[in-house]
Design a protein around this ligand. Structure first.
Ligand code: M6R
Length: 367
């Protein structure tokens, strides 16, 4: 037999032997496993058969009910793998992004981040970090919009794409479009070695999330955030970031896998909370600062997985319209870390309570 798929993961249950097609190839599969590949000029091509190495257990659920749950629980280990060899005691290593990274980063005066879906949300979080710690103006855009706009590219712009698969058509098209626009260089933060995005970018940082089989991104998102923090630290250091703050973030990254395991231990409590949503038709997610994109990602996950309509707002926008929707039928979920915006957020949450909204707040233990 022979099969055709857009991703090896779709076929791991039937084979580990793959032929990768090149841009423009046409393939004919015949009964009996007869395969003919033609290139864009119509010439017959012999493309090598490669064995897909996926490590132990990538294609099995390992006792979990489904792949998404398994992948959520893999986060501590894949985050540790994404950090491995990329930190010293006090710094992030710029060379993790490639040999040319230092030279290209030194020219960066602003950043354009382009991605889709969950990867776009990771980019939105990074904007807060890059502006705060590296002082670099950062624009984050959905690839399907970016590629059709007359984008103005100021001198010294570093172009960054984010993608789990490295094959998302709009993100790839945006990269190709950007190549003609005079960027100082392109960086791909991607989970799949050898993917088109990786092959076509000047610099690469591979996340080490391992194959993500669940359609809804989970571990791919959190490893992207880790990679983006490494980028922030690398650029920040070159641009005079406060050394004590840098060390503090490096230490926090090192303890992140353990902190994540502690959160995952709350699984049972969170499952119990989910019962409150089962019969609802809508939900509202709120966040402030870098947690606004986290709220966006929460709403996307709820929609994708439960088919419950969910929206996310920056908490400060509540009074400018969406508050009208809040009543006892509207669960409101908020991420409330103990940071400089907490008091502001609390006052937004009081508005929700005043309207009889049901609040679910994910807070720091110390709040
Ligand atoms: O592979 P990519 O990260 O480029 O995919 C982009 C989106 O399709 C993807 O992030 C999608 O939004 C998530 N899988 C949804 O959970």
């Amino acid at each position: 037999e022979a099969f055709l798929a857009s991703d090896p993961l779709a076929l791991l249950q039937v084979t580990d032997r793959f032929i990768y097609l090149q841009e423009g190839d046409v393939v004919r599969l015949a009964r009996g496993g007869d395969i003919a590949v033609h290139d864009t000029a119509g010439n017959v091509q012999s493309r090598p058969v490669q064995t897909f190495e996926h490590g132990d257990g990538a294609a099995t659920k390992d006792g979990y009910r489904h792949f998404m749950l398994k992948e959520i629980h893999e986060q501590p280990q894949v985050i540790a793998a994404t950090l491995e060899g990329r930190l010293t005691e006090r710094h992030a290593l710029v060379r993790s992004f490639g040999r040319e990274a230092e030279a290209l980063f030194a020219q960066a005066r602003q950043i354009h981040i382009v991605a889709c879906g969950t990867s776009y949300h990771a980019g939105l979080v990074a904007r807060y970090w890059l502006e705060k710690y590296a002082g670099l103006p950062t624009q984050v855009e959905v690839a399907s919009e970016y590629r059709y706009r007359q984008v103005v590219v100021p001198e010294g712009t570093l172009f960054v794409t984010l993608s789990q698969s490295g094959e998302t058509a709009d993100t790839l098209a945006a990269l190709r479009f950007a190549r003609e626009r005079g960027y100082v260089g392109s960086l791909a933060i991607c989970n799949v070695p050898g993917s088109s995005l990786v092959r076509e970018s000047d610099l690469t940082l591979l996340t080490q999330a391992g194959p993500e089989i669940g359609v809804a991104s989970t571990k791919a998102f959190t490893t992207q955030l880790v990679a983006l923090m490494l980028l922030t630290l690398s650029l920040g250091r070159m641009r005079g970031m406060n050394g004590a703050r840098e060390t503090q973030i490096v230490q926090a990254l090192r303890t992140l896998p353990r902190a994540m395991s502690q959160v995952l231990a709350l699984d049972g409590d969170i499952e119990a909370l989910s019962m409150a949503f089962a019969e609802k038709h809508h939900a509202l997610f709120l966040g402030r600062g870098a947690h606004y994109p986290i709220a966006l990602e929460g709403a996307l996950k709820l929609k994708e997985i439960s088919y419950i309509h969910a929206e996310a707002y920056p908490a400060g926008e509540l009074k400018h319209g969406p508050l009208a929707l809040v009543d006892s039928e509207m669960p409101v979920i908020s991420v409330a870390p103990n940071d400089e915006l907490l008091e502001k957020l609390k006052s937004n949450l009081q508005e929700v309570r005043a309207r009889g909204g049901e609040l679910f707040v994910f807070a720091d233990e110390r709040v």
